[in-house]
Write a protein that binds this ligand. Sequence first.
Ligand code: COA
Length: 258
Amino acid sequence: MTDTVLRQDEGRVAILTINRPDKLNALNQAVRDEMLAHLEAIENDDAIGVVVITGAGAKSFVAGADIGEFEGRSPLDQREAMRFPRIFDVMGEFPKPVIAMINGFCLGGGCELASSCDLRIAAETARFGQPEINLGLIPGGGGTQRLPRLIGLGQTMKLVLSGDMISAQEAHRIGLVDDVVPAAELRRKTLELASKIAAKSPLTLRIAKEAVRASWRMAIEEGVRYERDLFCLCFSTEDKKEGVKAFLEKRKPAWTGR
Ligand code: COA
């Protein structure tokens, strides 16, 4: 592993920083490979409860796929570059919550990466867009599929068909980001929320994420039944026993993750 994606742990939170600031943190093969390797290590690391993804420098979260890699590629070359597992899918299936800490340009594959995370917190200075149309392309990291589920068909069409950038405030208004904070407070505010989540039972977090994610792929009837089954599954855990007991004994629960 080189230093294209840096990992820094703060308590139970792992911060992954995409580190190509001179290329506005564009996603190239090294970023994708290193991101996957970090996520695999974090998945098996019981000391980590939450992952935060961000970009190096003040200017950009991720300015999209590395356009330089597209030049001269055949459809088959491109298909090979898009082989599974893909970071966008891994984020969704990841057993721990993943938060995008969006510090600047959040474009193309960057916007798709953020959309794949469980929560998005943006600096006031961040800008969002799906500019692929300006390259004769369409989003290829799930943008045409995940964005409509987050912000609806019309707002997705606006972004994908116009290629225009929008402000963090507009992204917040349409539900693309969950919180907007002053740039100087982005790290503190994000870590505050990440640490709070990371202190919960890792097992219950996993079940909660699975239940909410299921709403993306299931019809409502099927989804509420699945939720009921997952709710009942919680009754098999030590952490449910501890959580209920601690409440009744008026003390803080001590989670074991079992
Ligand atoms: N892929 C590869 N390199 C990229 C990149 C990308 N997606 N986005 C930015 N860069 C590179 C630039 O080529 C430039 O490199 P250089 O200094 O070697 O010439 C460097 O990052 C800085 O970018 P620059 O364009 O000079 O910054 P800017 O402030 O003038 O413009 C943007 C910022 C984001 C508006 C502009 O870089 C841009 O439009 N990027 C492409 C966004 C895009 O289309 N993403 C979707 C890709 S599918």
